[in-house]
Design a protein around this ligand. Structure first.
Ligand SMILES: [Zn+2]
Length: 220
């Protein structure tokens, strides 16, 4: 439980958790009070460019626009054919329905998903955050303790079938208690940035299993 102050009537009230950002109704005046965590305020500044992150671990931007256009075109085309084949009365409602679905999809809003994973040096934390169409939808932080003895360990394997699978890479930073898993596409550069060792433990394909002693790779 934590106390927050209403910006309108200046009275304080208790909220359940300070771990996530959400809206509350002030029990004193009934006005809406927006609560934003320290993490989300920091993320907002990073995203808007007000402050800079110390190290970019990964940035991924996806947009469903192309998939949406292909899908809607298919529906419209199929619908048009159904309408042309007018001799079967049943094809007319099917055709109209398909064209309607296709047009709706074509004019629907696309979703742009931006995933960032960055290192914040002053708080020694790895921060992951996701924006959908510019709105923050997810944020998390993992504190790390960087000591000369730490190392970054990475290994990869092939997941899925021969043609349809993809390479999966796991990256850890060893810690005194438990190793911490995080995402990055530049583990070597990050290790160099932190001034610690980087070890790549190899690539394991379909036939080759990850060695049983792999947990030892992450020992302190
Ligand atoms: Zn109030």
């Amino acid at each position: 439980m934590v106390d927050i102050r209403c910006g309108n009537c200046k009275e304080t009230f208790e909220i359940e958790s300070a771990d996530y950002s959400t809206d509350y109704d002030c029990p004193h005046c009934g006005r809406n009070v927006k609560f934003t965590t320290e993490l989300d305020r920091w993320v907002k500044k990073i995203y808007s460019g007000e402050i800079n992150y110390d190290f970019l671990l990964q940035k991924k931007v996806t947009n469903n626009r192309l998939v949406s256009v292909i899908m809607s075109s298919t529906f419209i085309l199929f619908g048009s054919f159904s309408l042309l084949a007018w001799m079967f009365i049943i094809t007319i409602p099917i055709g109209i329905w398909c064209i309607k679905v296709g047009l709706e999809e074509l004019f629907s809003k696309s979703i742009k998903v931006e995933t960032f994973c960055v290192f914040d040096k002053s708080n020694s934390r790895i921060v992951l955050f996701v924006h959908e169409n510019g709105e923050l939808v997810e944020s998390s932080e993992t504190k790390i303790k960087v000591e000369p003895r730490c190392k970054i360990v990475s290994y990869s394997w092939w997941s899925g079938g021969h043609d349809t699978g993809s390479a999966v890479t796991k990256v850890f930073i060893t810690q005194k208690d438990n190793p911490i898993n995080f995402i990055t596409n530049c583990p070597g550069e990050f290790a160099k940035y932190l001034g610690i060792d980087f070890v790549f433990k190899g690539y394991y394909d379909n036939k080759e299993a990850i060695p049983e002693n792999s947990h030892e790779w992450l020992e302190w």
